[in-house]
Design a binder for this molecule. Structure first.
Ligand code: S3P
Length: 436
């Protein structure tokens, strides 16, 4: 991948009109994985054609699954059944995608073959022990680098056994990896989470006809069942819509409608936190599509004020902090985030990289080990480095709406991992952004 994409965003402007952002990344990944293991043909519409989900798709093609792409954003998966995957004849390259790698660790744990998982420089730094350790308890052997990072070799074992696992971190990727391994295990696999995390795996397993038991913060699957193919309509990704929610909130005179956004309660931390800050956000036409709650989200500009971000909102907004930090920089007073150490091990160290970028644009931001303290102020304009992190690039693009001079953002090629066409869509909504 080239690191040469730079964004230049002109200062000022406002956002308006109706925008549909691309499909949800988490749901798109899971649609390929469960569709591949199902019996029958799974038809997916609204699929996110970002590099991360395409890496998942390619991995299953390498494992012998027939997957067609008849038209944009549509994928047709000819399920191979629970025992139908073939030995991959080369390493599965998962690019920048932590979700692909961690969920595949679980799914491959019960296969009758070994597979090698590799990724780009960022993914090769990300912690994998969080999935390797519990999967090892289930009976699989995983080879990793000494510090527990990729490349990984998963030596599948067809005699996995179920475990009861209490996760030390609130991670939907770890939970999902264990549930996927649990489909192949003897007995029951139960995962308890310290705080609610996104539940797309549980919802989709049920949609595929696989029973799930939930009690409080614990979810269990019984191994040995089957998945029945289904039709999946992927909603627009709230994590991508979040940039427009923040942009419209901070840019005076904005009034935008984000269409068909997934508003699963385990994902709406960004809306809850922005509302606490005084944002004007309405959910219109609330409905259910394919087992997931969906709404059109209208956002009008508002005077934001700093807040202490409630701890329980952190896992519900974990991918949205780059955008929320931009909102905090435009708010009156101080915003404090704590309990978000996970941000340090995302596609970049999002605490440090955001603090550096805010500082470069004249905002007082103090990074802490597990969060940030931001004093609202005025963006000066200037240059920031996204460190190849898609969400940091898009967050700083929106900062230009309130900047006194142009904002240049370096190393933006990875925006294509989650939001292909971002610059074009942002431009048509009113942001003066150019890709150079
Ligand atoms: C995801 C879970 C989250 C999130 C990631 C997608 C998923 O990661 O940050 O972008 O699809 O399950 P963690 O499980 O590490 O919190």
């Amino acid at each position: 991948m080239s690191a040469s994409v730079t964004y230049r965003a002109a200062p000022g402007g406002r956002l308006g009109g109706r925008v549909r952002v691309p499909g949800d990344k988490s749901i798109s990944h899971r649609s390929i994985m469960l569709g591949a293991l199902a019996e029958g043909v799974t038809d997916v519409s609204g699929f996110l054609e970002g590099e991360d989900c395409l890496a998942t798709l390619e991995a299953f093609r390498i494992m012998g699954v027939k997957i067609e792409r008849p038209e944009p954003e549509r994928v047709v998966i000819h399920g191979a059944g629970m025992r139908g995957l073939r030995t991959p004849h080369k390493p599965l390259d998962l690019g920048n995608s932590g979700t692909s790698m961690r969920l595949l660790c679980g799914l491959l744990a019960g296969q009758p073959f070994s597979a090698t998982l590799i990724g780009d420089a960022s993914l090769s730094r990300r912690p994998m022990k969080r999935v390797i350790e519990p999967l090892t308890l289930m009976g699989v052997r995983v080879e990793a680098s000494p510090d527990g990072t990729a490349p990984l070799i998963i030596h599948g074992n067809t005699e996995l056994h179920g475990i009861d696992y209490v996760m030390p971190v609130a991670s939907a990727q770890v939970k999902s990896a264990l549930l996927l391994a649990g489909l192949y295990a003897q007995g029951r696999t139960c995962v308890s989470e310290p705080a609610p995390t996104r539940d797309h795996t549980e919802r989709m397993l049920q949609g595929f006809g696989y029973p799930i038991a939930r009690h409080g913060n614990t979810v269990c699957v019984q191994g040995g069942g089957k998945l029945r193919a289904m039709r999946i309509r992927v909603p627009a990704d709230i994590s991508s819509a979040a940039f427009f929610m923040v942009g419209a909130s901070i840019a005076e005179g904005s009034d935008i409608v984000l269409e068909h956004v997934g508003v699963n309660p385990t994902r709406i931390g960004v809306i809850n936190i922005l509302r606490l800050m005084g944002a004007n956000i309405e959910l219109l036409n609330e409905r259910t599509a394919g087992g997931e709650p969906v709404a059109d989200v209208r956002v009008r500009s508002a005077r934001l004020h700093g807040v202490f971000i409630p701890a329980e909102q952190v896992p519900l907004a974990i991918d949205e902090f780059p955008a929320l930090f931009i909102a905090a920089a435009c708010a009156e007073g101080e915003t404090v985030l704590q309990g978000a150490h996970e941000l340090r091990v995302k596609e970049s160290d999002r605490i440090q990289v955001m603090a550096d970028g805010l500082d470069a644009l004249g905002i007082a931001a103090r990074p802490t080990p597990d969060g940030m303290v931001i004093q609202g102020g005025a963006f000066s304009g200037g240059e920031v480095d996204s460190h190849g992190d898609h969400r940091i690039a898009m967050a700083f693009a929106m900062a230009a709406l309130r900047a006194g001079a142009p904002v240049t953002i370096r190393d933006c090629a990875n925006v294509n991992t989650s939001f292909p066409g971002f610059a074009g869509r942002a431009r048509s909504a009113g942001l003066g952004i150019q890709q150079v």
